[in-house]
Design a protein around this ligand. Structure first.
Ligand SMILES: [Ca+2]
Ligand SMILES: [Ca+2]
Ligand SMILES: [Ca+2]
Ligand SMILES: [Ca+2]
Length: 428
């Protein structure tokens, strides 16, 4: 009896002791504390933001047992389910400032929320365009297409573009969302084209490309030499030629080219010199000057800047454009059929009759300026047009191309370097 009573008493004491020790702490759950970081805190629509709630805490639960969920723009609609994973990533599709909301829940169901802001700024568009074709002539309509331009925030169709055809700092079109346009250049040259692209936020980007424009056949122009003489020019195939004979009296650096009149002095030269036909300056306006080959080959250059005296091959290119075959062009003596006629001025104002086959179809307008023999005398004005090339035919001679009053072929002859001949220049 005593034993039974003692056991009951002892058990009761143990139970009371256990409940008295446990009750004060386990009965009150407290809510967690929500906290998070954003990395980075600002960016663009290309930025992937990382959100980390692992600094959240709770008095009763360890952090890893806490659940979190996110509302990326605090619009009251949770964008993730509850998860014990504390990190999440998000990318925004539009520029702006967003409030991000985090909710944390402990194992007892208590929650806490907190917010932070993240800023997305606009980025500049990327300008890009194509030119079709990338080279052409003054007759070519060039197509420009900026539809390869892009922007992170805007659709390409919303981007505005404008064009500067010569990159001279002055835009030649108004802003437009139309990405394609056309342009034609009225003069030959290499042009830098600039495209500027603007997004709806006003940010701008630009890029450039080059377009090569050459003259189209028959285009005319002018070129001025260092003395101020102005020459007409003519496009023939891919070459632009002077359509008048050179009459410059200075090298490109300003050094005078000696005017040598005496026959003995002329025949003893080993450097550049010029003269007028018959030493009569009234011939200069029509026929230009006669130069020896040393003037033609001088490194100080007698051609205007951007131009040069043609090589033998460049003369052949002209002749082949007008109809000669390569083998004819490579031959010596009189070659071809009517190519010389296409180069000669028509009529008998300057050429002696019959001026055979002269059509001047090319616009080259060759005149019979005659020549000076290497030993000094003049001859054949009205009968011959003789033009230098820079190409030597042997150590004492160079290739010349000759037109003749009684034929329509073109002669190719190696003549003494001390001869005085006409000079035509071709654009570099
Ligand atoms: Ca808690
Ligand atoms: Ca939301
Ligand atoms: Ca943008
Ligand atoms: Ca412009």
């Amino acid at each position: 009896m005593f034993n039974k009573l003692f056991i009951i008493l002892a058990l009761t004491t143990i139970i009371i002791n256990i409940s008295c020790k446990k009750n004060p702490t386990s009965s009150v759950n407290t809510e967690p504390t929500a906290a998070f970081t954003i990395d980075p805190t600002s960016g663009t629509t290309s930025t992937t933001f990382t959100f980390d709630a692992s600094s959240s805490s709770d008095n009763e639960d360890i952090t890893s047992d806490l659940q979190v969920r996110w509302d990326w723009e605090d619009n009251g609609i949770w964008d993730t389910d509850y998860s014990t994973t504390k990190t999440a990533t998000h990318q925004y599709s539009a520029v702006g400032t967003y409030t991000v909301k985090l909710e944390v829940k402990d194992s007892g169901g208590l929650t806490d929320t907190t917010t932070k802001t993240v800023m997305l700024s606009n980025t500049a568009p990327t300008a890009s365009f194509t030119i079709d074709p990338t080279s052409g002539t003054t007759s070519t309509t060039f197509n420009f297409d900026a539809s390869g331009s892009s922007d992170n925030e805007d659709a390409t169709s919303a981007l505005q573009v404008r064009w500067d055809w010569t990159n001279n700092g002055s835009y030649d079109t108004n802003w437009s969302t139309d990405k394609t346009t056309t342009h034609q250049y009225s003069t030959a040259g290499t042009y830098t084209v600039k495209l500027e692209v603007k997004d709806t936020g006003g940010l701008i980007n630009s890029t450039t490309r080059q377009v090569n424009v050459s003259n189209s056949d028959g285009d005319t122009g002018t070129i001025t030499d260092i003395d101020g003489n102005v020459y007409n020019t003519i496009q023939i195939g891919n070459q632009e030629w002077m359509s008048e004979n050179l009459k410059v009296t200075h090298y490109r650096n300003g050094d005078a080219i000696p005017n040598v009149t005496g026959n003995t002095e002329w025949s003893n030269l080993s450097t550049g010199a010029y003269c007028s036909y018959d030493n009569n300056d009234s011939n200069i306006d029509t026929y230009g000057l006669l130069y020896n080959w040393y003037a033609v080959a001088d490194s100080r250059k007698i051609a205007p800047a951007g131009w040069h005296i043609p090589t033998d091959a460049e003369w052949k290119e002209l002749e082949m454009y007008l109809g000669m075959s390569q083998s004819e062009a490579d031959d010596t003596g009189d070659r071809g059929t009517d190519e010389g006629g296409k180069l000669k001025e028509v009529g008998t104002t300057h050429w002696q009759s019959p001026n055979t086959g002269a059509t001047n179809e090319s616009g080259f307008s060759a005149l019979p300026g005659g020549h000076r023999y290497y030993y000094g005398p003049f001859g054949r004005v009205g009968y011959n047009a003789l033009f230098w090339s820079t190409t030597e035919s042997n150590s004492s001679s160079a290739w010349t191309h000759r037109l003749y009053y009684s034929g329509s072929a073109v002669g190719r002859y190696g003549y003494h370097k001390l001869s005085g001949f006409s000079v035509r220049c071709v654009r570099d």
